[in-house]
Design a protein around this ligand. Structure first.
Ligand code: ZN
Length: 306
């Protein structure tokens, strides 16, 4: 059997000022801040990671918060939304919670037979909550899916089916928006990718409220090396392996233009702090430790709601 991708590892997006981002994802959406570190390419800005209690693959949403980021907008060639899986019987509770907090949302609408509501984070990023029959003690069971906005669905669909091992799981057109659903085999979190094509002309622009890249899982470093070889063979050479401290990463652009990453499950977020205290202290990779005082001076203070 050829290897298959089990699902999403993480999604990385761009935000404006970090405090509003922390308040929304930990407060409103009840995610845990599992890592507070810096952008490894720009240590004067944060890199914030949210996830379930352990920061499990398939639950992780990360942000580069730029205090002065201009607003972006999604368009063809970009990932345009991320969707969380609402566990069985939890959908109504989420609508109530949002209403109580005076947080506006669209819907519920129906997508492939499941109810969906869409809210906006403080930077306008569309966050979808999709009703599922998954059993979970968590308020949200990690990602359900990501939507990729494409000019042409076929080339990306081919990559996902012929190389990653996904299968077509639905195809519908609602109000001029065509959506092709692809699902990884198995029941991992974030096993679904929706490819979307819209009749509405649009030009995307990276900025606050947009998704920077979508990362898929490799179970081990060895599996990641196999993906690197396989992708090179099929005309999608990747970057070399880059050490991201909590996982190793390779990147390439899928045919429609979205930046894809393949990230390893190990070592995970407990590699540099106690699992019980994830996200509480500012963590720096070894090469930035000598500059900690300066970095802490530049970063705005952050308060995580209890
Ligand atoms: Zn990434």
């Amino acid at each position: 059997m050829p290897r298959t991708i089990p699902g999403l590892h993480h999604v990385t997006a761009i935000s404006g000022p970090p405090q509003a981002n922390v308040d929304f994802y930990t407060g409103t959406l009840r995610q845990r801040l599992v890592k507070k570190t810096v952008n490894f390419d720009d240590p004067g800005t944060y890199h914030l990671y949210y996830g379930d209690e352990a920061g499990s693959p398939g639950t992780i949403l990360t942000f580069f918060p730029f205090a002065d980021a201009g607003p972006g907008r999604a368009g063809p060639g970009m990932a345009s939304a991320y969707a969380y899986a609402v566990p069985k019987d939890g959908f109504y509770g989420w609508m109530e919670r949002l209403a109580e907090r005076a947080i506006d949302f669209d819907g519920p609408t129906e997508r492939f037979g499941s109810r969906v509501i869409t809210l906006r984070d403080p930077d306008g990023a569309p966050v979808e909550l999709i009703e599922t029959d998954r059993d979970s003690a968590d308020p949200l069971d990690g990602f359900h899916s990501v939507t990729l906005w494409e000019r042409d669905l076929a080339p990306t669909a081919r990559l996902l089916t012929e190389v990653f091992g996904y299968a077509e799981a639905g195809h519908e057109t609602v109000e001029g928006v065509e959506r092709l659903r692809l699902a990884a085999p198995g029941t991992a979190r974030g096993a679904v990718i929706d490819l979307m094509r819209s009749d509405a002309p649009s030009i995307g622009r990276q900025g606050a409220g947009t998704i920077h890249h979508v990362a898929f899982r490799a179970e081990t470093d060895e599996v990641q090396r196999e993906w690197q070889d396989r992708l090179a063979q099929v005309g999608h050479p990747t970057t070399p392996v880059i050490d991201r401290q909590y996982f190793n990463a390779i990147y390439f652009r899928e045919p429609g233009g979205v930046l894809f990453e393949i990230a390893t499950d190990p070592p995970g977020f407990a590699v540099d702090e106690d699992a019980a205290h994830l996200g509480e202290a500012l963590k720096l990779p070894a090469r930035y430790e000598p500059h900690r005082a300066r970095i802490e001076q530049v970063l705005p203070p952050l308060k995580v709601p209890a």
